[in-house]
Ligand binder design. Structure first.
Ligand code: HPA
Ligand code: ZN
Length: 340
């Protein structure tokens, strides 16, 4: 890392977080408190015991721990408390804008009413304004569930459309290509919602899936997606369309054997709107700023690179153009003030 870029500088640098799963922000302390509040037996009773279960080295082994933990989320207040704890933590990392994922099917499949999920998260997103964060929600479909289940989910969620701005696709990518969800994404597009999809790291068929999200689905953004470096023609397409990638360095180093720093920097220097994000910070141990610090250290980034990453986070967001410009000016002012 350039010696002028300190962790403190990166922490206070204004940034947007575009790839965070609210369910992935469930810290052990809150997990235990909600388990007690709702009388749910999670099999552990101390923070150390919960942390000892956090052993994963792949997306599949992570998801096997991630979903059962959600049993503690039941009431609207639980979803509110989870998201609020995240927003408070994110604000301390210089986050000014959040476009957060949530997984309704992970809750409705356990009998939790959809309104508890959407209204709890949405109330927390509105209240985040009081701590200087503008926040909106992205409803994700679980790709290892059926296309019919995704259609049922969008049908049930559309009456609450004012509470989310886009749809996404997450969970286990293997054998669940983007085209499986073409219909539900077409419906979402027709409803005026923004579209994004996970293209997880080093999947079987990563490049085919990236091609599908661009050609068949017509996404506005791609989550992860760094395997695109393997295909220069697809990188060109990304540049032509100005599509951003929401990269998650620390997450990558947990679910693969590499942070994929070289790939991110390569794409960044080719002009791709690479952004840095935390993914599931309670599980991977780093919030937004921690991801900037990790990549800056690993790749020896200079000031220009980290400022471009922060600017990209607003440019790739789904804010209006005047709102983007206002945050970009804030970054310039912050950099100027910290150099003075
Ligand atoms: N990929 C797929 N599904 C997920 C992720 C991810 O990074 N995080 C939470 N669910
Ligand atoms: Zn993710």
């Amino acid at each position: 890392m350039d010696s002028t870029i300190t962790p403190e500088f990166l922490t206070a640098l204004p940034k947007a977080e575009l790839h965070v799963h609210l369910e992935g922000t469930l810290e052990p302390e809150l997990k235990l408190a909600l388990a007690t509040r709702n009388g749910v037996d999670i099999g552990q009773s101390t923070v150390a015991e919960v942390k000892a279960t956090y052993a994963f080295d792949s997306l599949a082994s992570f998801l096997a721990i991630y979903y059962p933990a959600m049993n503690v989320l039941v009431e609207e207040q639980d979803f509110y408390d989870l998201a609020t704890a995240y927003f408070v933590r994110a604000a301390a990392d210089g986050v000014r804008r959040v476009e957060a994922f949530f997984d309704p099917q992970a809750h409705t499949s356990r009998g939790v009413p959809l309104e508890n999920v959407i209204l709890g998260y949405s109330r927390a997103a509105a209240d985040a304004a009081s701590i200087g964060i503008s926040a909106d929600l992205i409803l994700c479909f679980l790709r290892d569930m059926s296309a019919e289940s995704a259609l049922e989910t969008i049908t049930a969620a559309l009456p609450f459309k004012e509470h989310f701005i886009g749809v996404g696709l997450d969970s286990d990518e293997r054998d669940n290509p983007p085209s499986k969800f073409a219909r539900v994404f077409a419906i979402a597009r027709a409803e005026g919602l923004k579209l994004t999809m996970h293209c997880d790291i080093d999947q079987v068929g990563s490049i085919d899936n990236i091609r599908e999200v661009l050609d068949v689905i017509g996404v506005d953004r791609i989550d992860h997606g760094t395997n695109i470096v393997e295909n220069p023609a697809l990188v060109e397409l990304l540049l032509e369309r100005g599509i951003g990638l929401t990269c998650c360095p620390v997450s990558n180093s947990f679910v693969t054997d590499d942070m994929k720093a070289a790939e991110m920097v390569d794409l960044l220097h080719r002009g791709v709107k690479v952004t840095l994000n935390s993914d599931d910070p309670a599980y991977f141990g780093a919030y937004a700023a921690g991801n900037y610090i990790a990549l800056a250290e690993k790749a020896g980034l200079g000031l220009d690179d980290v400022v471009t990453l922060a600017k990209n986070s607003f440019e790739a967001s789904w804010l209006s153009e005047p709102e983007k410009q206002s945050y970009l000016r804030e970054i310039d002012e912050y950099v100027a003030a910290s150099r003075a």
